[in-house]
Design a protein around this ligand. Structure first.
Ligand code: SF4
Length: 473
């Protein structure tokens, strides 16, 4: 066949690429005979455009996993992504239906690497976008960000959900996203000067950041890995980092030298409801169970903690994740898995394409156990008495959510769900069946991954977590 061309505009759109691929397939154009043109730029040297596809189903059925992979890959900047995806589609349509099951295939490997780069870039955007107030406009904010790939359309809905109550725009060099409180829209790219540099809230943010910075947890290699220097110029807290890092060792020494103090309660939160045992016939909903747990005094952990941190997620979730106990940030916010370990878990879930919003996430123990050292609250592992005292709440959650699968993160959660004889080192990653038929397994806790002593060990531990969680996919 003579060479032909197809155009994809915008070049990250799955729909536009699918239309173009359909034209190629209908013209029976082999991958080597097809030129892929991006956007609207045209040249006299372009091969003739293929005719529009007719609606005769020439694209045929394509595995859903391929479309998901293609949707992510198309956000990559590599100009070869479109011919690569078409070649894979061509191969699938010519008898290699199981192509994606061969992780050693060069095309699959390359597409997977592109998808991973896009997911990583998306994660960085979620983590490092910082909104600045627009001077003179109440509750209107602008952020500037420089993504590596075409991810604005992909990530903007996340910000629309997270910051639904304010008006904002995210500007990038190639595209901008706008949220007016109700509608998400997109426009052309912008320049750095279009976004405000600083606003009054940033001093507040820096003060807050300095107060929550825990020198005992400082790991500069991990910090550089998680927060590459190129993002620093967008982060108000970046100006603090050199001095916080420089002073960290001295502050840790000072903390160690200081005698331990008994914990003091921070924000008294007392439920108006009398405590009731979980599993009570009257407690027929998660919300009711949660209200009861807010008043729980079954073990001493309630007193120094800020609040009960109950589970979160759809009441009909098919998968439940159980961690150990809330940490400092969870205790202050009342939400599980939002601290550093939760963020690492989010990264693993994203890598696997698992939506956090579809999971019910909770902990074996609902109050934060800690030891106070100066201003810092250091995590302390709960005793088995705390785990046993709190177990009825967890069982109450399981009985109401009725998940098909339960994943325990760490030994504490595993012993609460599978029993005290559970040995994480021996049984990690293996499926178990509970008495009611629910199946589950245990893997390492993300905080254990973060505690590894060097980057190599951390990466290996992280891969362990990802590989175990992959059983859910
Ligand atoms: S940790 Fe559990 S058992 Fe102890 S007070 Fe809190 S909710 Fe009750």
């Amino acid at each position: 066949m003579q060479r032909g061309s197809v155009r994809v505009d915008p070049p990250w759109s799955l729909q536009a690429w699918r239309d173009a691929a359909r034209r190629g397939l209908q013209a029976n154009a082999a991958p080597a005979e097809l030129d892929w043109l991006h956007g609207t730029d045209a040249s006299l040297l372009d091969a003739p455009a293929l005719p529009e596809a007719t609606d005769d189903g020439a694209a045929g059925s394509v595995p859903r996993a391929f479309l998901e992979l293609a949707e992510t890959c198309l956000c990559h900047r590599d100009p070869q992504r479109m011919p690569l995806l078409y070649r894979m589609l061509w191969r699938i349509r010519h008898g290699e239906r199981a192509l994606l099951s061969n992780p050693a295939d060069a095309d699959v490997l390359r597409a997977m690497a592109m998808a991973q780069a896009v997911r990583r870039d998306s994660h960085k955007m979620k983590a490092f976008v910082r909104f600045r107030e627009i001077p003179g406009q109440a509750d209107a904010f602008i952020a500037w960000f420089e993504p590596d790939h075409f991810i604005v359309d992909r990530v903007a809905p996340f910000f629309a959900r997270r910051f639904a109550g304010m008006r904002w725009a995210i500007l990038t060099p190639y595209r901008s996203a706008h949220w007016d409180g109700r509608t998400l829209s997109f426009g052309p790219g912008a320049s750095r000067q279009d976004a405000p540099d600083d606003d009054a809230r940033e001093d507040l943010w820096r003060t807050y950041y300095a107060s929550i910075f825990n020198p005992a947890r400082l790991n500069t290699r991990m910090m550089q890995q998680e927060m590459p220097a190129r993002y620093w110029r967008h982060l108000p807290e970046a100006s603090l980092l050199p001095s916080l890092v420089r002073d960290a060792a001295g502050r840790v020494q000072e903390m160690h030298d200081r005698p331990a103090q008994p914990p003091s309660r921070r924000i008294p939160v007392r439920s108006q409801l009398p405590p009731a045992p979980a599993g009570d016939d009257h407690a027929d909903s998660l919300a009711q169970l949660q209200r009861q747990a807010e008043g729980c005094r079954q073990c001493p952990l309630w007193e120094p903690a800020t609040r009960t941190v109950f589970g979160e997620g759809p009441a009909d979730a098919r998968v439940m994740l159980v961690g150990e106990q809330p940490g400092d940030k969870e205790d202050l916010s009342g939400r599980p898995f939002i601290g550093p370990a939760g963020q690492l878990l989010d990264r693993a879930l994203q890598e696997l394409g698992i939506e956090r919003g579809q999971l019910y996430m909770t902990n074996a123990v609902k109050h934060f156990r800690y030891e106070r050292r100066g201003k810092v609250r250091l995590h302390q592992r709960p005793d088995s008495t705390h785990v046993q005292a709190c177990r009825p709440w967890l069982m109450g959650e399981i009985a109401r959510v009725r998940p098909e699968r339960i994943v325990c993160l760490g030994a504490t959660a595993a012993s609460s769900v599978f029993g005290r004889g559970f040995n994480l080192a021996r049984d990690r990653g293996r499926w178990h069946t509970l008495d009611d038929g629910t199946r589950g397994f245990a893997t390492v806790h993300p905080s254990w991954v973060l505690r590894q002593s060097d980057a190599g060990k951390r990466e290996a531990a992280y891969q362990l977590l990802v590989e175990d969680l992959r059983q859910l996919v």
